[in-house]
Design a protein around this ligand. Structure first.
Ligand SMILES: [Zn+2]
Ligand SMILES: [Zn+2]
Length: 81
């Protein structure tokens, strides 16, 4: 169902934006390589405690954006040649 989907804007380092269609229940995050920009999905999310803390402060309709940055295996190999 279309109305169940929301568009999640991912602000990336260096001012780029990644737009992802995210359905509730299919929430996920990305790991992004700083060197080549490769993006891979990470399964699941363990931020429920963070949102619970926000809820305790009286906030509702919570959402969050989290991106993980690093060096991918390919770029790691290149940097050691
Ligand atoms: Zn890379
Ligand atoms: Zn999450």
């Amino acid at each position: 169902m279309e109305e169940a989907a929301i568009v999640q804007r991912h602000p990336l380092e260096r001012g780029r934006n990644l737009y992802a269609l995210v359905s509730p229940g299919h929430h996920h995050h990305h790991v992004i390589c700083r060197q080549c920009g490769r993006i891979e999905r990470l399964p699941g999310c363990d931020s429920s405690r963070i949102e619970a803390a926000a809820r305790q402060r009286g906030f509702s309709d919570l959402t969050h954006i989290m991106e993980v940055y690093g060096t991918c295996p390919t770029c790691l190999k290149k940097s050691h040649v």
